[in-house]
Each structure stands twice: as C-alpha cells, then as structure tokens.
Design a protein around this ligand. Sequence first.
Ligand code: ADP
Length: 406
Amino acid sequence: MDDSRGADVPGPGNPPHRGRGSQPIATATSVNQDAWVQAVLDAAVEGMIIIDEQGIVQSINPAATSVFGYTAEEVVGHNINMLMAPPFRETHYDYLRQYRETGERHVIGTRREVLGWRKDGSEVPLELSVSEVNLGQHMFIGTLKNLTERRRAEQRARQHEAELAHIGRINLLGEMATGIAHELNQPLAAIAAFTSACKSTALAEGSSPGNKVGRTVRDTVELLDQIDEQTHRAGEIIRRLRRLVHKSKPHRSTASVSEMVLDSISLIEADARLKDVTITTDLDDHLPSVLVDRIQIEQVLLNLIRNAVEAVQGRSQRVVSVITRLMATETGPPKIEVEVRDTGVGLADKDVPNVFEAFFTTKPDGMGMGLAICRSIVEAHDGKMFVAASPDGGASFRFTLPVGEE
Ligand code: ADP
C-alpha cells in the first residue's frame, strides 16, 4: 500500500480547493461550489474517485468506497495505487507520469476493464473511465462500475454451456453404444448358433462306428467350445454395456419450461443472427412446472432449434418458432407440449418414420444421432416425441413433458 499522503489534502470533509484563476462551476443556486461537487459525487450511483496529477486521491464517493471496503478517510490523501491490483497499478502510474511529462493521453476519455484491489486483499473487476476536469487544478475523475455480477453471470453461462456440451457427449456415446450393441447382437447370436451346429455335427461324426479320426474331432470340438465361450463373453459385455447406458437415471428437479426454452435460445441466438435466422417464441405464461433433468431437456431443445436453424438455410423465409402449451389428456393430468417449428425444407414423407432412428441422416456431414438422443431423453422423462409437417411450410417437432414438482 502506498502511504504517501498529500499535504493539505482535500477530502469529503475537506473538499477539493480551487487554485488561482480557476473558473467556478456554473450553477443556478448560490450553493458553495465545493459542497456542490461533493453532493454530486455522493449522490452518484456509480463509483467516482477524484485524483490529482500525482495520483493522490482527493475525493471518493460512497458508491466507490463500498466497492473497495475502505472508508473515505482511509483512501483520501493516498495514492490511487492502493486501490489497483497489479499489473494495473504499474501501468496506471506510467500513464499519469507520461501525461505529466508529455501531455499524452492514454486512458482519458476511454473505457477499459481493470482489476481493483479491495481492503481485504481480494481483486474486483471494474470498468473504469477517466475524464479530466479543472477544479482549480488539473484533476481526473475516475468513474467505475463493479463488474463482479456481470463476470459471475458470464461464468455461470460458460459453465452451463460446458455442462450442456458434456451431457451432449455422454448422450451421444450412450446412444451410439446402444446402437452398436443392437447391431452386434445379431451376428454374435449367429456365431453362437453356427458354433453349436458345428459341434453337434462333429460330435455325431466322431461317434459314428469305425471312425478313425477321433482325436481330430475331439480337438475340433474343444476349439468350438472355446469359440462358444468367447461368443458368450462378447454377448455378456454388450448386455452389460446396454444395462449401463439405461441405468443412468436423469437427475430431476422442478423447472420452468419457459426458462429452459429461453436459456436454450440464448445459447444459439448469436449463431442464428449470424445466419440471418429469426427465432420467435410463443410461450404460455401460466404453465405449471415440470420435474425434469433440466440440462437434458435443454439438450433436446438445443438439438431441435439447431436442426431448425439449419433447415431454413437458403430459404427466403428463415423463421424458427418455439411454442409451449398446456394439453389436456383424456385419462391423466394435463401435459406440457413444446413445439419447435420452422419455415425450412421440411421432411420427405419417406423419411418421416426414420428421423428418430440412430444414424439416420440426410446431411452430408450429419451423424444422425441428434433426434435419436432427443427421443431417448424425452421418453426417459415419460414424454413422447412427434414430427409433422409445419403449418409454416417446414417441419414441426413436438415433445410432451408431464407436469410435476419435487
Ligand atoms: P443430423 O442433424 O446429424 O442429421 P439428427 O438426428 O438431428 O441428425 O437429424 C436426422 C435427420 O432428420 C436430418 O438429417 C434431417 O434429414 C432430418 N431433420 C431433422 N430436423 C429437421 C428439420 N427441422 N427440418 C427438416 N429435416 C430435419
């Protein structure tokens, strides 16, 4: 901490004084000028600090002291460095020195992000803008905005995105494992059946009267036994894999469908804007909550919205709409329906029955896993997924979720 105190230093109880030749601030009242400056500073919502050309704090308002955890008395008269974290304290000092020596302005009139230093030693992200004033002598007013909340919100958004990507990869792997297990089961069952048939034939041959090659037959049967054993082992590995994939129950909590929709849109909005696609919403404000694994349902929404954004590429009308509604059911409680519709190319009739199948894709670089994952997630939540032609000309994907609370 720099402890250099300026002599005869103005402060809240001792406001900045003006030197000879200074121009008083024009006011409509006859209030004392210093008191007027101080009152303006104190009333400001944003943190404000006045320093002189040496960097000595002349005045600091309550909004600024609350950011740093100091009282005004602890700061006024000290070098502004005490409120700045390295490396900003060094660069700030250099800026001031350079300004004094050359009159060159580096930070005046600009807005930049710096790290402040609190009394407790912690750092605080700030947006700082510096302006120059003449209060009888050259002074600088630093206006600062505490960016802690904004940084926290950005961090939360980044974490949320990373979580979504992670769950997306897990879902993809799970769905692929299920698909591969399904595909491998049939050839394995066939190998087991052929092995068993070979064994029966060999044993029948070997036990026939007058057989001269008994030892060869016994060796062959032993080898076939080993094939059989390995086939069963491979089958067991696949069964275990399928059990593992199905075992992971979603982690559910009470959630608002509108919030999930808006969160998902916020993640894809920038990309959509870049592609000149408009995303509209028509959300029922009075929907009851749902009991879901929020990240997984957002994964579904993201997949559907992303597909829709891709489907409208190159179309004259490029609109994706997300609609939510409450649906009465004939037997049980009402369900919530979410629809993602677009003005895109739509689906060929022949493709409609296949779109939810793993590895079905009509895109040259598609994986064909997105909709299969969506359906698995929705069904694991006791919901259903549908696809139809959209009234807007493209495709309409809908899924239901049961109403529920924790
Ligand atoms: P991928 O996007 O990798 O192809 P998906 O499972 O997400 O995998 O989609 C499977 C197929 O369903 C796509 O290749 C496309 O043919 C079709 N499809 C999905 N969404 C839409 C849509 N909004 N409009 C038209 N076709 C779609």
